[in-house]
Every structure is written in structure tokens, then in C-alpha cells.
Design a binder for this molecule. Sequence first.
Ligand SMILES: [Cu+2]
Length: 155
Amino acid sequence: MRIPTNPLRLLSVSLSLGFAPMFAQAEEHRILMLNAAADDAQHTNVFAPDILHIALGDTVTFIPRDEGHNTASKRGMIPEGAEPWNSPMDEEFSVTLTVPGIYGYLCLPHYEMGMVGLIIVGDGDANVQAARKVRHPGAARSAFRALFKEVDTLR
Ligand SMILES: [Cu+2]
């Protein structure tokens, strides 16, 4: 048997042999960074949605619909082995999550005002207990508490 040297040929051969890429079905999701919630103008500085369930290997893109926001994972609130992130201000930013668990994140300028969110990859069981023990300043505390409460009702 002749082994093809062209990498594209190699890929198509391995696909036809059944070695499909691990995340062939991966989906893309969007989280908007907003100055106010679409359904509640009193609720300022939000990620929408602020709870997102995705499958292992899916990609999440944060979209700066309004100015003055970023996204950063919260230390202690991502599963072991996962890559932390900290995006530039006012830029679209994508993360591909390949470690199952729960990911807590925040907007650095509005963290204490409660601009936070959770992404659950798979069932989130891996680190949900550790993640909910992390302490937060100001309104982030009640915001995360509300999100975990909602996650509990969905699990
Ligand atoms: Cu913000």
C-alpha cells in the first residue's frame, strides 16, 4: 500500500478509515457583552446569556455589543487542566473548552458590580463544589449565588 505524502490526502484517508477528529461535531455559541439586559434596562452590565450549557469541545465567542467590557475566567472557578483566559477590552474573543466542568468568568471593569457568568461544559460535576466556594467582592457575590442557584434547578 502506498502512503500518501500530501497532508490533505492523509486527512481524507484517516477520515475514511474512521479516525474522525475528536470534536467533529463541535458547535459555536455566542455570549453578548452588554451595557444593559435586553429585557431589563435596570439590569446593567451583563453577559447574555449569563448561563450557557455547551458540549465538550464547543467554542464560545464573546461579542462586545457595547463598549467597556471584557471576559476573564475566575481563578478557582475553572476545572483543573483548563486554560484560563483574559480577553482584551472591547474585542471579540473566542475560547474552545476541552475540559469538562463549570467555568466562572467575569468582566474585569464590572466584576464588583456583578457582571459575571457561568459556562457549564458537560454536566459540570467535576468542579462545581470548588467553584461555588470561591469568594467574591460586592455584587459579584450575590450574582454568582443566583447563577449557581439557577444551575441547581437545571441540573
Ligand atoms: Cu463589563
